[in-house]
Design a binder for this molecule. Structure first.
Ligand code: NAD
Ligand code: DAU
Length: 354
């Protein structure tokens, strides 16, 4: 008989957001066993979790959510009681060049995981949860005004967001059809340490340091709502513990930035951090060909999670960006490791004709 109160399967725990969530759960809940299942794609890195790797309530399990036999084995071997599902192909630009990979992992992989939970729990759903971590991109693109609420109709416009929308629909269908006790959250853009440098903020930090061009898509007036990644982990922790099955929560930072303004702020912070002449990094800004189907603006109305669960973002943008910049400057080896090899050829292909 296990002494752990909950056996939590976190998928994608070696990635950016997953690693922050795993660290939080391992440290806060010694009486839970945290099983981190990850295929270790280019985006997964066990170095992200070196500080908790030997914790007695932590287990890493290399497996692929496209492999249903492997999932059945993990549920049985570890007596899984709760799932927090983050494993996904997560980069919009990659979804444009290889959409099928997104269907296979994000849609089929999620269906495999739902089926594994359904089989293993066998209609006994007392103190069970299947928590699916999704994105605000499922709602599509906003004009100058308005916010995404939990009632906003789905209108995904990239292969990535379409695959996440499909997975959200499947998760809700398993709630209505089989009574699986699901939860969903849709979050805005995260930033912070350990983010793979294909995404805007770490890509710009890396290029500023190397004095390489800063590729701003289109006119740079696209708007995103940014959230410190540990605030997202805190929200997921609350939702897992406090929310009733079947519920959806939007999570956002109430922190909108046009890309060009954000890149300029990063340039200013990096000039100070690197002791460069004020204004020198801005000279690297280069407007490049736009992303096809580029969503104009995302903005989250997070009233539900604030009023029902008392969650609030705690880290404000300039402070969070300074911490992020410092982390990347202090972790040059991490950056070199993840940008060697396959990333080099992705970067060259992606930015060759822009
Ligand atoms: P990430 O790309 O950094 O990490 C994804 C992780 O999933 C990696 O560790 C990777 O190895 C793993 N993975 C990929 N395919 C897998 C497979 N077939 N089987 C098992 N593991 C696999 O992604 P992230 O930015 O940390 O995002 C995590 C989740 O949060 C995703 O579901 C994403 O859609 C969602 N999300 C991300 C953001 C954001 O701003 N990054 C915002 C809202 C929601
Ligand atoms: O909104 C949540 C989503 O945020 C998550 O679901 C995704 O997993 C995550 O990747 C992120 O998607 P975005 O497409 O918003 O993030 P990205 O960092 O790729 O781009 C942010 C903005 O910056 C977007 O408007 C495109 C622009 N951009 C991006 C890159 C990589 C550039 O201008 N230049 C670039 O080189």
């Amino acid at each position: 008989m296990s002494s752990f109160k909950k056996h939590i399967l976190v998928t994608g725990g070696a990635g950016f957001i997953g690693s922050h969530l795993v660290r939080r759960l391992v440290n806060r809940y010694p009486d839970y066993r945290i099983v981190n299942l990850d295929a270790l794609t280019y985006a997964g890195n066990l170095a992200n979790l070196s500080d908790v790797a030997t914790a007695s309530n932590y287990i890493f399990c290399k497996a692929d959510i496209r492999d249903s036999t492997a999932l059945d084995r993990v549920f049985a071997d570890y007596g899984i009681t709760h799932v927090i599902h983050l494993a996904a192909e997560s980069h919009v630009d990659r979804s444009i060049s290889n959409p099928l990979a997104f269907v296979e992992t994000n849609v089929v992989g999620t269906a495999n995981l739902l089926n594994a939970a359904l089989r293993f729990w066998d209609s006994d759903f007392a103190d069970r949860r299947f928590y699916h971590v999704s994105t605000d991109e499922v709602y599509g693109s906003l004009g100058e005004e308005g916010f995404f609420t939990e009632e906003t109709p789905y209108d995904p416009r990239s292969p990535y967001s379409a695959s996440k929308a499909a997975s959200d629909h499947l998760v809700r269908a398993y709630f209505h059809t089989y009574g699986l006790p699901i939860l969903i959250s849709n979050c805005s853009n995260n930033y912070g340490p350990f983010q793979f440098p294909e995404k805007l903020i770490p890509l710009m930090i890396r290029n500023i340091r190397l004095e390489k061009p800063l590729p701003v898509y289109g006119d740079g007036l696209y708007t995103r709502d940014w959230l410190w990644v540990e605030d997202h982990a805190a929200a997921m922790d609350l939702i897992l513990h406090e929310s009733a099955p079947g519920k959806t929560y939007n999570i956002g930072g109430n922190n909108e930035w046009k890309n060009i303004d954000l890149v300029r702020l990063l340039c200013r912070i990096m000039d100070e951090a690197l002791d460069r002449q004020a204004g020198s990094s801005e000279q690297l800004i280069t407007f490049v060909k736009d992303r096809p189907g580029h969503d104009k603006r995302y903005a989250i109305d997070a009233t539900r999670i604030q009023s029902e669960l008392g969650w609030e973002p705690t880290v404000f943008m300039e402070e969070g960006l300074r911490k992020t910049v410092q982390w990347y400057l202090d972790h040059q080896q991490w950056l070199d490791d993840v940008t060697s090899g396959a990333y080099q050829s992705y970067y060259e292909d992606q930015y060759a004709n822009r």
